[in-house]
Design a protein around this ligand. Structure first.
Ligand SMILES: [Zn+2]
Length: 491
């Protein structure tokens, strides 16, 4: 397996340092609802985790919550509530969004809160001071960038460039304009914690170093985040962690996802063009959103568009239809072998998590399943392959529904995969579908439409092909409702 690291600027053979793959991804600052940019980043790192687990790696995952920050304090002051209350509200909101997006919280994964890790943060800052990499000034503590000679190696910038960029916002307390804050002295009315340097709160960068050290140790295999975090955040994390432990590299593979754009601009709070995950999920399923995100390479920018999401929605339906088709051959006779598709899928994912190609393989497999099913070839195993790759690796829910064909005789209870439709219900639906087919033959369009609409109302969706009518269940209608309708039709 090859993965691209921002540090080397190329694809490298993946060789984790130990028995488990240690992954750290920068989490959110909870001061408002998470948006599509967050969905992109966390879906991607969810798929990466899922894929590594699919490949039988043991994965240990840590993602922080920056629950104390200028943005939280400012927003809480605007609303007249405590910063901790605001942070709690949007932390809960964030995890609710993640659950809705089917992002897994595996056993052993840790989501530490900055406010609960103050002792570790203080310990790391003190260690940096002791080694001459940091200094207190005016109640704050700063990292001495000059003390990290390879500073800039991740973002490929020279110290002079960075110094020029930082000069305008230099603070009088700092030895050098490039130095960044590790501990911020408290200002009146702000939340604070006691420290050896007085009352204050941690800076953002040190939080990630402290938490990764605490939960994952000195060396991480994968560190992830959006491309907007490369500089200064991740550059600073490297400087802090490597200076503290004296071990290099802090991280073996740095993975950065592209950013979501809207009409050519970055989607951001400051531009006021955010689409929240909650808004998007009102219109589209999590499967559609995930397919939309995974349809382009994770390192490329993703342009948010309704057309793109509509296409993803149709894609989700295509996959669902293929896995929901009734295996009429029932495992007898010739069986469709999907192994070559599975291999292609793995090949794509092994190539720096090329989800766009992997998804294309699943769509090809869906078409092949449909063709095989039409030809009377047994498709059960192929459907299992599609389900396993779609669900386990790409995190799609693919809520399979039984997909019948009116031309097939129903005998007994249909207990096919997924939802179990009672035979008594299925028989009644079949009767109605057949009645509608008769109406169509007799060109009684009004009655045919009446049956179609009523069935849709009851949760059964009909789809006409050239030769037959297929139907699927969005929900299971009651026998009573079906009987009532059958009686109304005089059947
Ligand atoms: Zn971070």
């Amino acid at each position: 397996m090859k993965i691209y690291s921002t540090l080397s600027g190329k694809k490298e053979e993946f060789a984790p340092s130990g028995g488990e793959v240690k992954i750290y991804v920068c989490g959110v600052t909870p001061y408002s609802d998470a948006h599509i940019g967050h969905a992109m980043s966390y879906v991607i790192f969810d798929v990466i985790r899922r894929y590594l687990r699919y490949k039988k790696y043991t994965v240990k995952y840590v993602q922080n919550v920056t629950d104390i920050d200028d943005k939280i304090i400012d927003r809480a002051n605007q609303l007249g509530i405590a910063p901790s209350e605001l942070a709690k509200k949007y932390t809960d909101s964030y995890f609710e969004d993640m659950e809705n997006l089917n992002i897994v919280k595996a056993e052993g994964d840790v989501y530490p809160l900055a406010t609960e890790e103050i002792p570790k943060i203080i310990e790391v800052i003190q260690g940096l001071i002791d080694k001459g990499h940091a200094y207190p000034a005016g109640g704050s503590v700063y990292f001495r960038v000059r003390s990290a000679p390879d500073y800039g190696k991740l973002s490929h910038r020279s110290p002079d460039d960075m110094r020029a960029a930082e000069c305008t916002i230099g603070s009088g307390e700092k030895e050098d304009a490039m130095d960044f804050v590790l501990w911020k002295a408290t200002k009146p009315g702000e939340p604070y914690w006691e420290s050896p340097w007085g009352q204050g709160r941690p800076g953002w960068h040190i939080e990630c170093s402290a938490m990764s050290l605490k939960y994952l140790g000195d060396t991480l295999d994968i560190h992830g985040g959006g491309q907007d975090l490369i500089f200064p955040h991740h550059e600073n994390e490297i400087a802090q962690s490597e200076s503290f432990t004296g071990k290099k590299p802090f991280v073996k593979y740095w993975l950065h996802n592209g950013l979501v754009q809207l009409g050519g601009d970055k989607m951001s709070k400051s531009l006021g063009n955010l689409i929240t995950i909650k808004e998007a999920l009102k219109k589209y399923s999590a499967d559609a959103l995930r397919i939309f995100i995974l349809s382009s390479h994770y390192r490329s920018p993703l342009t948010y568009s309704e057309e793109g999401l509509e296409a993803a929605k149709r894609g989700a339906e295509r996959l669902l239809r293929a896995v929901s088709r009734d295996d009429s051959a029932g495992g007898k006779g010739e069986a469709f072998d999907a192994e070559s598709y599975r291999k292609q899928f793995i090949e794509a994912m092994d190539d720096d998590f090329n989800t766009a190609r992997a998804l294309a393989v699943l769509f090809d497999l869906a078409s092949a399943i449909n063709q095989a099913c039409d030809a009377g070839v047994s498709i059960g195993n192929a459907q299992s392959t599609l389900l396993s790759l779609g669900r386990d690796v790409l995190g799609l829910r693919l809520p399979r529904i039984i997909y019948g064909q009116a031309s097939i005789k129903v005998t007994g209870t249909l207990t096919a995969r997924g939802t179990v439709i009672p035979g008594t219900v299925n028989t009644r639906v079949h009767r109605l579908v057949e009645e509608r087919l008769n109406c169509r033959k007799e060109k009684n369009w009004q009655r045919a439409d009446e049956i179609r609409n009523k069935l849709a109302e009851l949760g059964v969706i009909l789809e006409d092909t050239k030769t037959e009518t297929d139907f699927n269940y969005k929900s299971v209608p009651s026998e009573e409702a079906l009987d009532k309708f059958i009686a109304e039709l005089g059947l």
